[in-house]
Ligand binder design. Structure first.
Ligand code: CAA
Length: 380
């Protein structure tokens, strides 16, 4: 077992760290306050090759491995978890999905601009009545010659307002249940496609989360990914990888919480000494660091299995379940260590808590991760 990163992985981590500190940090608080999408940062992330990190170079990607990708998301999310999820959705769900299962024409037309950051992608699975119960798709796509006619509503879609293309899961044959769902690449601006509602959220407020509405949208048959009926498996397999991205985002928030707590506890004095001199604070820091290390190992394991072409759905579910939990815990402890300062918006740690909470909800709630894990344990 080797715990060393390669030179490339270290270089990517350093590039992401520098980008986050130079380009994101100065405006993160304001963008959170204003709920403002980081257009300029996303453009620059594209130029750095960070919007299609694992996509092959021939399709505009950076051709990097999953560990490099994970390290980049951690560094970005330490400073700006909204940017972390924007990146994660485009990389893990959209680019990965098209690269793995898309046709050559789809890769030429969509993957190249998505991986180079010229286009932004979104992934539309969730619906008003299909969150955890994802196969209960009410959005329908009815074949009409060389087109499908798409009707329905999608909810809580990250990147939805700013996306140029959306991967939409829809029922093509209700009688077949989860085997009757298909995935379509839907372009922004086609007649009948509209952004219905922008959500006002607790955290990750500079990423956009919207409802999308499809009213008699005509989608060319060549925009279906894979065979008719492959859509649910496409979504599940894509989300297995997405969960590594969200675990990395949570890890970034947890690390930021620890970093802020270490700095603050060395500076803040009470009873004539820095609060770091008190065992009550020291033990909090020790627990945070230990949990972060365990979470990092789980997340790296999931990424390494994926990279090695081995089954990784179970490891990804464990990584997301544990890392999202310790991110919330770490943010709460950071607030406690900061005392009254931790509760005000001038300090960063209250945002860490607001941003961390969503990692226990999207790309499969913690309850769904436990379901995936326990089903795997009880399978035989
Ligand atoms: N890989 C491959 N195939 C899979 C799979 C996986 N990970 N998971 C399930 N399948 C297959 C099953 O093998 C089964 O196939 P067969 O019928 O051929 O045997 C089929 O899919 C149906 O599976 P289940 O019977 O397990 O389906 P289910 O209805 O019980 O649901 C579930 C399973 C795990 C609960 C699933 O619905 C799920 O993951 N729900 C959560 C959805 C989710 O994560 N949503 C996130 C939205 S996207 C998002 O959040 C992005 C963002 O904006 C940040």
């Amino acid at each position: 077992m080797n715990f060393d990163f390669t030179e490339t992985q270290l270089m990517i981590r350093e590039t992401a760290r520098k980008f986050a500190e130079d380009e994101l940090a100065p405006s993160t608080i304001e963008r959170d306050e204003q709920e403002e999408f980081p257009h300029e940062a996303v453009k620059k992330l594209g130029e750095l090759g960070f919007m299609g990190m694992m996509a092959p170079e021939q399709y505009g990607g950076a051709g990097l491995d999953t560990i490099s990708y994970l390290l980049a998301i951690v560094e970005i999310s330490k400073v700006d978890a909204s940017c972390g999820v924007i990146m994660s959705v485009n990389n893990s769900l959209v680019c990965y999905g098209i690269n793995e299962w898309g046709s050559e024409e789809q890769k030429q037309k969509y993957l190249i601009p998505l991986a180079t950051g010229k286009m932004l992608g979104a992934f539309a699975l969730s619906e008003p009545e299909a969150g955890s119960d994802a196969s209960n798709q009410r959005t329908i796509a009815v074949r009409d010659g060389n087109y499908y006619v798409l009707n329905g509503t999608k909810n809580w879609i990250t990147n939805g307002a700013n996306a140029d293309v959306v991967l939409v899961m829809a029922t093509t044959d209700k009688s077949k249940g989860s085997h009757g769902v298909s995935t379509f690449i839907v372009e922004k601006g086609i007649p009948g496609f509209s952004v219905a509602k922008k959500e006002k959220k607790l955290g990750i407020r500079s990423s956009d989360t919207v409802s999308l509405s499809f009213l008699d949208c005509r989608i060319p048959v060549e925009n279906r990914i894979g065979e008719e009926g492959f859509g649910f498996k496409f979504a599940m397999r894509t989300l297995d990888g997405g969960r590594i991205g969200i675990a990395a985002q949570a890890l970034g928030i947890a690390k930021a919480s620890l970093h802020a707590s270490l700095n603050y506890s060395k500076q803040r004095k009470a009873f004539d000494q820095p609060i770091a001199a008190f065992q009550a604070i020291q033990f909090k820091l020790a627990d945070m660091a230990t949990k972060i290390d365990a979470a990092e190992l789980l997340t790296l394991k999931a990424a390494a299995l994926k990279e090695a072409g081995k089954p990784y759905a179970l490891a990804a579910a464990m990584a997301k379940l544990y890392t999202s939990k310790i991110a919330v815990d770490a943010a709460l402890e950071a607030i406690q260590i900061h005392g009254g300062y931790g509760y005000v918006r001038e300090y960063l740690v209250e945002r860490y808590l607001r941003d961390a909470k969503i990692t226990e909800i999207y790309e499969g709630t913690s309850e769904i991760q436990r379901l995936v894990i326990s089903r795997a344990l009880l399978k035989d």
